[in-house]
Design a protein around this ligand. Structure first.
Ligand code: R5P
Length: 317
């Protein structure tokens, strides 16, 4: 067991999740004041001695993404200047991840920029869940532990005994993830042919695979404006699915998302709490806690144990 103290600190993005992680670890969250100066600049003070400590900073870079990212960078700086021995950025949802390559001229690779900023600020490690693309790990020059929410989601749907089941990827990009779930849950696989027209709207073509008379489970890494998943749900419904459920790790839920989800022909919407979700107006929403998984990973990092055992329990690869 490590002799260094474990200090868990949170910004304003997901303090409830940080509390749940602390509870799982049977520790108190270390207080930090993360406020604003009158002009909007971020003001941080860690309210306990963290000299020589193993510090874990819990902060999703979810909307308001720029504020949350900046809070995290400033918390890292504060911990580093307070002589923490090691700083792990626990980023349950890593934002800006969709900008991971130059797909047009003169555009940034913002995921790489964020990785650089975190390392430059002083993070020694990153612990995250369901990156939009697994290869983003390689954008960091510091160790990244990439967890999968699959054990949590698979457990939920296994208990429902959906038979016959078809796991549906709302686009080709999520087909690998969907195949992992189909294998774990004992269902078939279908893929929706999606074309993004703009950031907020998409067009859906054919469904590759059979959804008729089957319970369709649509699975994605994130729901942002909810265009992708609700359009895919509508097509499955139209094609005679017995029931339609949707699930994603990260509920970004911006713009028209809540309205689209409310109107979608789905029995259940399942998200994890990597981003806090307001259940108001979404009666068929289930939010699954990710804290036990993150707490186990935090403890394994702290005690220098392998965390690959957690990867081996996942279904997404
Ligand atoms: C796409 O590559 C992602 O996996 C999601 O399907 C997408 O980002 C969701 O966005 P929206 O909810 O706005 O359609």
């Amino acid at each position: 067991m490590s002799q260094r103290s474990l200090e868990l600190i949170a910004g304003n993005a997901c303090p409830g999740l940080a509390d749940d992680i602390a509870r799982e670890l049977s520790i108190q969250r270390t207080n930090a004041r993360v406020g604003r100066f009158p002009d909007g600049e971020i003001d941080v003070q860690i309210e306990a001695n963290v000299r020589g400590a193993d510090v874990f900073l819990v902060q999703s870079t979810s909307p308001p993404v720029n504020d949350n990212l900046m809070e995290l960078l400033i918390l890292i700086d504060a911990a580093r200047r307070a002589s923490a021995m090691r700083i792990t950025a626990v980023i349950p949802y890593f934002g800006y991840a969709r900008k991971d390559r130059k797909d047009e001229g003169r555009v940034p690779i913002t995921a790489k920029l964020c990785a650089n900023l975190l390392a430059k600020a002083g993070a020694d490690r990153v612990l995250t869940v369901d990156l939009h693309a697994a290869q983003i790990q390689g954008f960091f020059d510091i160790p990244v532990d990439h967890l999968y929410s699959a054990p949590v989601l698979v457990g939920h749907f296994k208990a429902q005994r959906l038979d016959p089941l078809v796991v549906v990827a709302p686009d080709v990009g999520s087909s690998k993830m969907a195949r992992g779930y189909a294998n774990r849950l004992g269902g078939e696989l279908a893929i929706v042919d999606k074309r993004r027209v703009s950031a907020e709207s998409i067009e859906v073509g054919a469904v590759i695979g059979d959804v008729k008379d089957r319970h369709a489970l649509l699975i994605d890494d994130m729901i942002s404006t909810a265009g992708s998943i609700t359009e895919a749900a509508r097509v499955c419904h139209e094609q005679g699915a017995k029931s339609v459920r949707i699930a994603a790790t990260h509920g970004v839920l911006c713009g028209p998302a809540r309205e689209r989800l409310r109107e979608a022909p789905v029995e259940e919407i399942v998200l994890t709490d990597t981003i806090p979700v307001d259940p108001a107006g979404l009666p068929n929403l289930t939010v699954l806690g990710i804290a036990p998984l993150l707490a186990e990973a935090v403890m394994r990092v702290h005690t220098e144990q392998s965390i690959s055992v957690l990867f081996n329990r996942q279904a997404g690869a």
